[in-house]
Ligand binder design. Sequence first.
Ligand code: HEM
Length: 239
Amino acid sequence: EKLNAFKLNLFSTTSSSLCSAAGPVLCSEFINAGADTSLTTLQWIMANIVKHPHIQAKLFAEIKAVVGEGAEEIKEEDVQKMTYLKAVILETLRIHPPSTFLVPHAVSEDAELLGYRVPKDTTVNFVISLMGRDPKEWENPMEFRPERLLNRGENGEPDRVSDVTAYKMMPFGSGRRLCPGKRLALLNLEYFVSNLVWNFEWKPVDREGVDLSVKEVFLMVVKNPLRAHVHVSKNQMKA
Ligand code: HEM
């Protein structure tokens, strides 16, 4: 309890006092909550990219359209222009959020949810791993189709990623306890995935395919770690 109270104080203190007094606790908190979740998600994304060559090709084409031929590294500012990349990452988080549950939440006053009465102080758990696969919300939910998360741009405007992560799927939670690392995590994933696809061509190992079975070890991880043939991309050979 003391530690939790301390952590709460941490988030409300000024950055200068954070640096001097509470920096190490904040850092370890962020490393614990941020490392495995990000790494697990990266594995799921790459597994889906290897399994679906047409998605890898479309991603490569988008990257090329943004950076042009011969670029060595995809930079932070480049990924902001890559809408399909963002949709691939979100589509992965829809089907494979690393966490099954959110941390338990509670209602601070009597509430009604979908016809159910939820009395004040009741603990509410969200099974986010099922939300993204709900056939009432998602057509053919187990199909990996990033396009479903894109809104077509009108009057020549570029496509946009639909903002569904707060209600139809919640890989980062929602509300005031929303994952504070959400933006950092997405940026990291966008950076890694774009560079991995730009610099290498990923193919499944012959006859093995890609196994998307899940293993629950606190997080929902890839049961049989991804094995793939990795080739230096033609683009980099030319460069
Ligand atoms: C793909 C990567 C990540 C996913 C899917 C993820 C997901 C989540 C989820 C579901 C929660 C619970 C939110 C809720 O109950 O409403 C959470 C909390 C948290 N996350 Fe993340 N996270 C990721 C990356 C990160 C990173 C990179 C950091 C830090 C740098 C981070 C720091 C935290 C912290 C400190 C909490 C606790 C917040 C609180 O209790 O109020 N996470 N995350």
